[in-house]
Write a protein of this length. Structure first.
Length: 115
């Protein structure tokens, strides 16, 4: 099983990034997917989640209206479009696959928002 995040990097405040998470080794279309982040010295935070079919999404208040989660079950990939980025969005971003008691996590990708 693998979840591999990509698309992180350095961006200026107000900029945008699109994160991708490519899944393999499990039946991706049966799993709810979510994005989380963890900043230094802080707990891991759930940002956005999407149902297995893509018809249900939910967002944390901190990113609602700025971030959009989407998935392509044909490509076994989940995305996080991040707009209007702020310095406080700086963190390591992780994707997670969940089905019942089964949890899979990626290794994370660093996002740094700084001028």
């Amino acid at each position: 099983v693998q979840l591999v995040e990509s698309g992180g990097g350095l961006v200026q405040p107000g900029g945008s990034l699109r994160l991708s998470c490519a899944a393999s080794g499990f039946t991706f279309s049966r799993y709810a997917m979510s994005w989380h982040r963890q900043a230094p010295g802080k707990e891991r935070e759930l940002l956005a989640s999407i149902g297995s079919g893509g018809g249900f999404t939910n967002y944390a208040d901190s990113v609602k209206g700025r971030f959009t989660i989407a998935r392509d079950n044909a490509k076994n990939t989940v995305y996080l479009q991040m707009n209007s980025l702020k310095p406080e969005d700086t963190a390591v971003y992780y994707c997670r696959g969940n089905r019942g008691v089964v949890d899979y996590w990626g290794q994370g990708t660093q996002v740094t928002v700084s001028s």
